[in-house]
Design a protein around this ligand. Structure first.
Ligand SMILES: Nc1ncnc2c1ncn2[C@@H]1O[C@H](COP(=O)(O)OP(=O)(O)OP(=O)(O)O)[C@@H](O)[C@H]1O
Ligand SMILES: [Mg+2]
Length: 250
């Protein structure tokens, strides 16, 4: 059974960046097989992982809806979609990638979500770690595409507004009874001490801060992958120290 790490947080806080750094650290620690899942329809996880964007689950669902004749006789549509999704998983060095995208076809939203959920629960069985980069906000929680996670990593900036958004994510996950074993707050791009009172009910989830990392900024401006980020960059060094609870060991 795979250990699921899901990212959450307000827009632009650094979810995708931190997800890519987590992939690097789990890979360097050789903790097991890794499936990365880009669940943000405006996906850029693949860029940060150094992979080309290939076929998305959304495109597969749309294509089969538009061309039902492609489903081989003797195979159910769901089984065929599952097969196509398996073949859309890209293999990279030390991890695989699945990109969800978003189906554009009319009226197939619920259907697509159901397909995604079923596929995810099967894929989770096949890997040791599944790292899901989610879109900003709460949609993935309220649509319940994040149904359960061993670690929900909430990324925030240090502002009261940012932290309030982190509170809301935490509350919603509880309200929706999403099965989350551990919830962790990271304050990104900040290297001062946080007034612990400001963290309110998130105090116990707070892992620490990741400072602004000029090397991450350079990679981002170049549009290049974080798989090439210097091993000694401040963000990687800090996350290695902070993150043991996220990946379940030190
Ligand atoms: N610690 C850091 N130091 C410097 N730059 C950073 C750091 N973390 C993230 N960034 C930069 O901040 C920007 C936003 O980061 P990222 O795309 O990871 O955020 P996000 O939360 O995934 O955004 P979105 O909500 O749009 O998906 C990027 O340009 C990224 O390079
Ligand atoms: Mg992102």
């Amino acid at each position: 059974m795979g250990y699921v790490i899901a990212m959450a947080g307000k827009g632009g806080t650094g979810k995708t960046t931190i997800a890519a750094l987590i992939v690097r650290i789990i890979r360097e620690k050789k903790l097991g097989s890794i499936l990365t899942v880009d669940a943000d329809p405006n996906s850029n996880f693949s860029d940060l992982l150094g992979l080309e964007l290939k076929e998305t689950v959304g495109q597969i669902i749309d294509d089969i809806a538009a061309h039902p004749e492609k489903v081989p006789s003797g195979m159910s549509k769901d089984r065929f979609i599952e097969y196509e999704i398996q073949t859309a998983i890209q293999e990279a060095e030390g991890f695989d990638l699945l990109v969800m995208g978003r189906p554009e076809g009319p009226g197939c939203y619920c259907y697509a979500n159901n397909v995604l959920r079923n596929i995810m629960s099967k894929l989770i069985e096949d890997y040791d770690y599944v790292i899901i980069d989610n879109e900003a906000g709460l949609e993935h929680l309220s649509r319940r595409t994040t149904r359960s996670a061993n670690a929900l990593v909430v990324v925030s900036d240090a502002t009261p507004v940012g932290l309030k958004a982190a509170f809301r994510i935490s509350d919603l996950a509880k309200e929706l009874k999403i099965d989350i074993k551990g919830e962790f707050l990271i304050v990104n791009r900040y290297d001062k001490n946080i007034d612990i009172e400001k963290l309110g009910k998130l105090k116990s989830n707070y892992l620490g801060n990741i400072p602004f990392d000029r090397q991450v900024e350079i990679k981002s401006l170049d549009g290049s992958s974080l798989m090439e980020l210097d091993d000694n960059s401040i963000s990687l060094r800090t996350l290695r120290k902070l993150g043991g609870k996220i990946w379940g060991c030190n």
